[in-house]
Design a protein around this ligand. Sequence first.
Ligand code: ATP
Length: 297
Amino acid sequence: MNTFRIKAYAKINLGLDVLRRRPDGYHEVKMIMQTVDLYDDLEFTKLAEDEIRIFTDKEELPADQGNLIWRAAARMKELYQISEGVSVKLTKRIPIAAGMAGGSADAAATIHAMDALFSLGLSLEEKQKIGVKLGADVPYCIMRGTALSEGIGEILTELPAPPQCHLVIAKPQISVSTKAVYGKLRVNELAPEEHPDIDGTMAAIKNGDLDGVIERLGNVLETVTVPDHPEIAEIKEIMVENGACGSLMSGSGPTVFGIYKDRELAEKACQALREADGGRLTRQVYLTEFYNRKKAR
Ligand code: ATP
């Protein structure tokens, strides 16, 4: 095999809580991760030369060591003494620096692709061990689906798929840094009601109770981002005014998702979001759904 194509799927968080800040600066989290049907396309081709070449359709993304694809491929080459190189064509669709784990998903896809291209025969667990060194969300992106994520994100428990629904995803025209958001979070000063009920969300998922999931949507990081960026609250409001049963910021933001039971309402909400503030509020609006197919590719 000389060429291998793979899709790298984005995630949202149906719940995100931070339990404490560890002495080493990492935060202990308790999150419900959910893969969504929004993906990057990656095409890997073997090279005779000992090089990693990345071609991307997004100018703002690095094509060298700064790209997680490069780092994942280099790690695999080093670990398995692969002397051949690889060329990677990335078609980027997942919003960048948006709280949707786009870079981690690409790193996970790279580990799957290198395993397949060079016939390494790695297990899921082996791939996840390699992944965690590249980023806390990479082990989850290797497994995909619905999961509880604990520790710094590396302790994963698979959950059943929640009932299907329509998802509207919108990223406002602002950037937030994950590091800055966590840095500003004062975990010890949060009121108990500011912590989402992650155990309740898990129980609702296990019971196939979408309303129970919606009732408990909560992301503790909104306490940092929403006061600083009113655009996030504005998008949530437009989603709800247009029929969302619930809406929430994903990860450290600024992307927001809305859950709809009715496809027509979801389509209308997309339109309203695109037109908001003369098209200046958001230029990235997607209509999608949960993605829970088991296969890794
Ligand atoms: P998370 O949800 O894990 O916090 P994110 O959505 O906030 O992720 P990413 O899109 O993964 O953030 O990217 C964050 C930064 O990583 C960007 O500023 C980008 O320059 C860099 N980066 C490196 N490689 C990639 C990649 N393959 N795709 C996207 N960003 C990448």
